[in-house]
Design a protein around this ligand. Sequence first.
Ligand SMILES: Nc1nc2c(ncn2[C@@H]2O[C@H](COP(=O)(O)OP(=O)(O)O)[C@@H](O)[C@H]2O)c(=O)[nH]1
Ligand SMILES: [Mg+2]
Length: 328
Amino acid sequence: MPANLTPDYIKAEEKYKNAKTPQEKLEALHEMLATIPKHKGTEKMQADIKRRIAKLTDSSGKKGAKRTDFYFVPKEGAGQVVLAGPPNSGKSSLLKKLTNAHPVIGEYPFSTTTPVWGMIFFENIQIQLVDIPPVSPEFHEGWVFGIIRNADLVIVVVDIADDDSMDKITFFFDALNQHKIFPVPESVKETEDPAAKELKTIIAANKSDIGNFSENLELLKLTECKNFETFLTSSSESWDDKELKNQIFNKLDIIRIYTKQPGKEADKSDPVILHKGANLMDFAKAIHKDFAKNLKFARIWGDEVYPGQKVQHDFELRDEDIIELHIK
Ligand SMILES: Nc1nc2c(ncn2[C@@H]2O[C@H](COP(=O)(O)OP(=O)(O)O)[C@@H](O)[C@H]2O)c(=O)[nH]1
Ligand SMILES: [Mg+2]
């Protein structure tokens, strides 16, 4: 294939072909655009994907042009994490606490009406955190499920100072299941039903600064929340977000790989992000298709190897390995 398409791109294209709704089509197109190798050979294809995206999101207001009433959040950074749950649980406040974003925070429910996102600065990478409108029996936007489904990780935000949280969270999980989204605690397997999506999930037991929450926390364990790791969180000044940020990084199942020129120090400011389990060849492909084609071997520096160890194409990489590529 002249364009050297990656497995991720081919998967996204497959998803596009099987998409039934405009929302699903749009999601797949954005994934195609994110995963298509960016070089001269794919310029036409890139333009074509962009044209199809523009067509689907046409909001020109022309007579007869139908305005789309759904949203999509293009992925940025090392992973996309969504804050979801019932109204007023503190999703927007957590976005503000954890990122550089400035969402609307309201004492009233439904203060968030469109997706808002910002970046979490975690060590030397950025992780995208997305805040969306709530899901509740009174009202919710259908498109929020499209955004949840597309995330790499969802944080379900529960107000543990609210005695009604148990019912609200049960409704939330039921609504996910109705949309064929199935929360799972650990890494995701491909589902047999292509419309079903397993989604990595953790729980933020929020507003923990209010105190006196132990009874509600016990009650939550009677709900679906019992299956997931639960973190006490708060948007208060005194709450330390370090543990949650660490966990977000861990759950994304990504590794950071640094490049190094012979005889020089590695540049650790801009790592290549790969899925856990990726090998040397995956890394070379991520840098450039010509590196992959002409790769002879590499030297590696890391925890599990001796400094400068020579490794071959199928060598599995670990977080923070430093690689020196040698090409033919
Ligand atoms: N005490 C306390 N109040 C919070 C916390 N997080 C949010 N709130 C309050 O709860 C209300 C709803 O917050 P918001 O972030 O808009 O919730 P959202 O609807 O889930 O986005 C606001 O009045 C916030 O000030 C928290 O951690 N502790
Ligand atoms: Mg909000």
